[in-house]
Design a protein around this ligand. Structure first.
Ligand SMILES: NC(=O)c1ccc[n+]([C@@H]2O[C@H](COP(=O)([O-])OP(=O)(O)OC[C@H]3O[C@@H](n4cnc5c(N)ncnc54)[C@H](O)[C@@H]3O)[C@@H](O)[C@H]2O)c1
Length: 306
């Protein structure tokens, strides 16, 4: 039995960003329940964090609602208070939409969007039931993991970008739903050199690895889960190394009114007014600042000749 009275959950935590988040939350004094589908690597990571007094592993696929129930049960055993929940696990499949098969859609959506929903729902039920049971009001934090793929609409990642966009909006919805229970909900779009990044885009220049270390994301999540984050809720941050930016989603313009009786040409002129001087086509995707070891390698985001 652990001496620690606060608990945290991190999914997809056997390696990469999830592991870094689990390390920081354990360092902040929480008992951390780590999840991953890779049960061997999960066991090693739990041991590296300090073993049974500090952490526990719950192997399983976040696509299954049962995994979320097992995670919350393990975190709250022995009367611990669950105050930090990080939905981090995700599945990425890359390819033009005509090359993606049925499982490329369902695996991505059920793990990335479904897995986030099941965990958030289970944690929300725990916080609601606790308060209805008359327990002392306590604060808690939920962190959902989205991606710049959703913000920038990466070509070649239609299923992943769509699932991550759903996660970003879910964070805002849940921030409103759970405010009454003292639960803050935020989303991060992390950037780090991990297995997912390496498999997706290739090796990085070793000189860039310090800036791209997942430890920075772990620190930011520890901050978000702490009282230092104050009242921040319903927000989306890009976190890359020590650089943090705030994302404002869905800017809606002033409306124009259409009069269909005046014909389509008149309607087109009104619609033109929505754009002003701006182009009507979406901008071409710019592969930006990835410090690849081989800068001449073909871009994973290229849509030419595919
Ligand atoms: N690395 C980046 O730059 C980057 C960019 C944008 C978003 N993200 C997001 O950050 C999160 C972490 O990514 P990472 O780069 O650390 O990836 P990673 O591949 O290094 O680690 C992900 C871990 O999640 C586990 N996992 C995968 N599917 C799972 C499932 N269904 N159930 C439980 N565990 C599962 C994997 O086994 C792995 O250990 C993901 O949500 C990812 O989409 C990462």
């Amino acid at each position: 039995m652990s001496e620690r009275s606060r608990a945290a959950i991190v999914t997809g935590a056997a390696q990469g960003i999830g592991r870094a988040e689990a390390e920081r939350l354990a360092g902040s004094g929480a008992f951390v329940v780590l999840n991953d589908v890779d049960s061997d690597l999960l066991r090693e990571t739990v041991a590296a964090l300090g073993g049974p007094g500090v952490a526990a592993g719950v192997a399983g696929d976040v696509s299954r609602p049962e995994t979320a129930r097992e995670l919350v049960a393990a975190a709250t055993a022995d009367g611990r208070y669950l105050d930090s929940v990080v939905a981090n696990a995700a599945v990425l499949r890359t390819g033009m939409i005509y090359d993606l098969d049925d499982a490329d859609w369902s695996d991505v959506v059920s793990a990335t969007l479904g897995g986030t929903f099941w965990l958030a729902r289970e944690a929300a039920r725990y916080w609601r039931d606790r308060e209805r049971g008359g327990a002392d009001a306590r604060r808690a934090t939920l962190v959902l993991t989205t991606s710049r793929a959703a913000i920038l609409a990466n070509p070649g990642q239609s299923s992943y970008a769509a699932a991550k966009a759903g996660v970003a909006v879910m964070a805002q919805t849940l921030a409103r739903e759970l405010r009454a229970y003292g639960v803050r909900v935020n989303a991060i779009a992390p950037r780090a050199y991990t297995k997912m990044m390496r498999d997706g885009v290739g090796d990085f220049d070793p000189a860039a690895l310090e800036e791209w270390s997942p430890t920075h994301v772990g620190r930011f999540v520890e901050f978000l889960c702490s009282e230092h984050a104050g009242d921040i809720t319903g927000q989306l941050f890009v976190v890359h190394g020590w650089h943090v930016s705030l994302v404002r989603t869905f800017a809606v313009s002033d409306a124009v009114d259409l009069d269909w009786a005046a014909g389509h040409e008149a309607a087109a002129a009104r619609i033109d007014g929505l754009f002003g001087e701006d182009p009507k086509e979406i901008a071409a995707f710019q592969v930006d600042d990835l410090p690849l070891a081989r800068p001449d390698a073909p871009s994973p985001f290229s849509v030419e000749n595919r």
